[in-house]
Design a protein around this ligand. Structure first.
Ligand code: NAD
Length: 482
């Protein structure tokens, strides 16, 4: 555990840590037992502006000139280094994010893949030739559109995947030749510093990536107001995300926000597979996942059966210390978050919902909870839970299920379980979400697929190929042939 001793970090600008003991500190707390894991020195306003200045210099001086094969090599090498650190880093994810070891290892394995996808993507930034003579007068002109980096990218990330959600932004941004200012979640900043070190070790120049430590404000406000930032890529809550979009002066903005993901189980579904996928989808990462299974609409003939099987499966899950290999469900990120979730469950029960299992809380541990009889007026249904509970709601017809699923301000990802392919495609088309899984729960995400919500859930797409599009712009060069 020596690599975790006395973890204290300031912001990192041009490869140098900004803290002479003169900045306010913020503790990083183990969500399971409240012990201190480390601390950060909060960036001053001057640090933020210096980071942007350094990134601008890094873009024009270094990244814009770096050939694609070199950018790819750095990302490939980082992937190797990350894979080699998997055991230690999984422990750090358990300590600062409360993530069970198994889930931490899975996050790291995904991070390795994201780096490799980005390395491959760096070499695939093809442009196109424009048929100029399609326009009157365009004869004897040659036109090309190149994919070029945007410049300085500001990346702001949440606590729930402290490694992979940073990588979903930083890896494609660097692959495209941008310089980056990263503001990781203040609750889980230590993993971001670990990643920073690996990138540096892999050969990333010190002016290409700068890390700002601290809470969202005022750092976020300064980033939004600065015209030198060309792109803001944000993952986090809807309220903060849409606020950033309003405040951003010049930057193009990508928002990956929350949801209360719907999942539909039709009577003809393979119930074994559906219950297994939905249970994983509801309780992975203690429900603190943007596509966590929250609303499950079950067709009446199989409702009781699904309810029985899901509550049995949930009650078998082991909630506890994330460092214990036997743990399935770890703590929520803070006491306040766990208490808020418990209150929502209690309110639902007070309004007539029934607990099939769970509902109890011990500190930050909320027992995996299955709720029946909830309706769309209750917070457990209509607001984003981000907690280890799931609501089961019966339906009669396909139309009713679609209407209920779409009755949400959010639209990130959904799941549909049925053996009827026509129905599956019909329902997928009707659901107002950025993505739909058929015979898998809403939770599932592979890192190269297009991913991003509609409605309140966001704007723009991630998934490395799609993030690369958002991290580049098209530059036209025309030649008049003589
Ligand atoms: P959050 O919005 O509280 O914080 C996210 C980041 O934004 C943090 O780094 C935080 O410091 C920063 N921030 C806070 N206020 C800010 C401001 N005014 N300006 C700029 N930055 C600010 O979210 P969280 O609690 O860390 O994460 C949970 C949320 O993230 C959930 O809503 C979840 O659904 C969402 N999320 C979405 C996705 C996705 O891909 N769609 C993935 C994971 C999490």
């Amino acid at each position: 555990m020596s690599r975790f001793d006395a973890l204290h970090y300031g912001s990192i600008i041009d490869g140098t840590m900004r803290d002479k003991g003169d900045r306010p500190r913020l503790e990083v707390v183990n969500p399971y037992d409240g012990s201190a894991v480390g601390s950060i020195a909060i960036a001053t306003d001057e640090d933020v502006r210096d980071a942007i200045t350094a990134a601008e210099r890094g873009f024009y001086g270094t990244m814009r000139r770096m050939p694609a094969h070199r950018r790819a090599d750095i990302l490939y090498r980082t992937a190797e280094l990350l894979a080699a650190d998997a055991d230690d880093l999984a422990k750090l994810l358990a300590l600062e994010a409360g993530k069970p070891l198994r889930e931490g290892r899975a996050e790291i394995a995904r991070g390795v893949q994201v780096l490799k996808f980005a390395a491959e993507g760096a070499k695939q930034l093809y442009g196109e030739l424009i048929p100029m003579d399609s326009a009157l007068g365009g004869e004897r002109q040659l036109g090309m559109a190149q994919r070029v980096p945007i410049g300085v990218v500001a990346a702001i990330t949440p606590f729930n995947f402290p490694l992979n959600l940073v990588l979903h932004k930083v890896a494609p941004a660097l692959a495209a030749g941008n310089a980056v200012v990263l503001k990781p979640a203040e609750k889980t900043p230590l993993t971001a510093v670990w990643l920073y070190r690996l990138l540096a070790q892999a050969g990333l120049p010190s002016d290409a990536l700068h890390v700002l430590m601290g809470p969202g404000e005022p750092i976020g406000n300064i980033l939004c107001a600065d015209p030198r930032i060309g792109k803001i890529t944000f993952t986090g809550s809807a309220a903060v995300g849409w606020g950033i979009k309003e405040k951003a002066r010049r930057a193009n903005v990508t928002l990956e926000l929350g949801s209360n993901a719907p999942n539909l189980v039709f009577a003809d579904a393979d119930l074994d597979a559906a219950v297994a996928s939905l249970t994983r989808g509801a309780f992975a990462n203690a429900g603190q996942t943007c596509v966590s299974v929250q609303r499950v609409y079950v067709q009446e003939p199989v409702y009781e059966e699904v309810a029985r099987r899901m509550s049995e499966a949930a009650s078998r899950l082991v909630a506890g210390d994330p460092l214990d290999p036997a743990t399935d469900v770890g703590p929520m990120i803070t006491h306040a978050a766990a208490k808020r979730a418990e209150d929502w469950v209690r309110d639902a029960v007070a309004q007539g919902a029934r607990l099939l299992t769970g509902g109890t809380r011990c500190g930050t541990l909320l027992a995996p909870t299955v709720i029946a009889g909830a309706d769309s007026r209750m917070k457990v249904v209509c607001a984003e839970a981000f907690a280890p509970f799931v609501c089961l709601i019966p339906f009669a017809t396909e139309e009713e299920a679609i209407a209920s699923a779409n009755d949400s301000p959010y639209g990130l990802q959904a799941g549909v379980f049925t053996r009827d392919l026509n129905r599956a495609l019909r329902v997928a088309e009707a659901l107002e979400t950025g993505g739909v899984w058929i015979n898998e729960a809403s939770l599932l995400r592979y890192d190269h697929m297009p991913y991003g919500g509609v409605k309140l859930s966001g704007t723009g797409k991630e998934g490395v190929k799609y993030a690369l599009e958002e991290m580049t712009t098209r530059k036209f060069i025309g030649i008049k042939l003589q």
